[in-house]
Design a protein around this ligand. Sequence first.
Ligand code: HPA
Length: 277
Amino acid sequence: MNQAYEKLLNCYESCKSKVDFVPKVALVLGSGLGDFADTIRQEAVLDYGDIEGFPQSTVEGHQGRFIFGYVKDVPVVCMQGRVHYYEGYPMNDVVLPIRLMKLMGAEILFLTNAAGGVNLDYRPGDLMLIRDHISVLVPSPLIGPNCNALGLRFCDMSDTYDGALRSVIRKTAEAMGISIQEGVYMQFTGPQYETPAEIRMARTLGADAVGMSTACEAVAANHMGMHICGISCITNMAAGVTSQPLSHEEVQETADRTAPLFKKLVTESIGALAEAI
Ligand code: HPA
């Protein structure tokens, strides 16, 4: 059997033996949204460390656990702490939690992240609905022998961020009086922030926001046939847009400041998304 698949199935068995819960929506919490978990009617918590063979996150402030429970009566599994490629894991490990949440039953993947604003009309604190992504700078998680049990060798990426789900989120935001941008997310490997030249390149290529996660997760989820949606919190203008240097503190500060609104939008959207598919 394909090694990555075998590892995934081991994690799945370990997970299943500890938690008996079938989620419909899988939610990945980006920077600042970590305490969204407090708003979930929790049924079970599973530390990544308690799952056999599960990759561990090492980044400060990123806790690592799955939270199972209900948001507006929708069964969800929430990833509190994601695995980043820049931590040194192979791509297969980076996307393992996404695949695991699908095996647990999740049909919808809701991705959130912090991102740098490349589009000059954006401002720190804006929320951006992800319409599409550019992932060519990071290795595909689908490289290697294809696991037919997961998905096709050559999978279509034409509607990765489900049009119907995007429409639901847009309408939800509108009904709540929250203005939301919509654009293209481009993944860089990190961990260093980009140079101004790299950001000019990203803008020329059609990116509206840049970050160090998410696109690879969407690739793996799309391979498995999940319905995907995502929202970026624009925490800072990307390198070179202003004369100010970038810092993790600024990213964290804006993420924390935007979190209350972001959390409300995510909560309301989950209620509406579950009915959309
Ligand atoms: N670049 C990459 N990742 C990020 C940024 C950025 O400017 N801001 C938040 N995450």
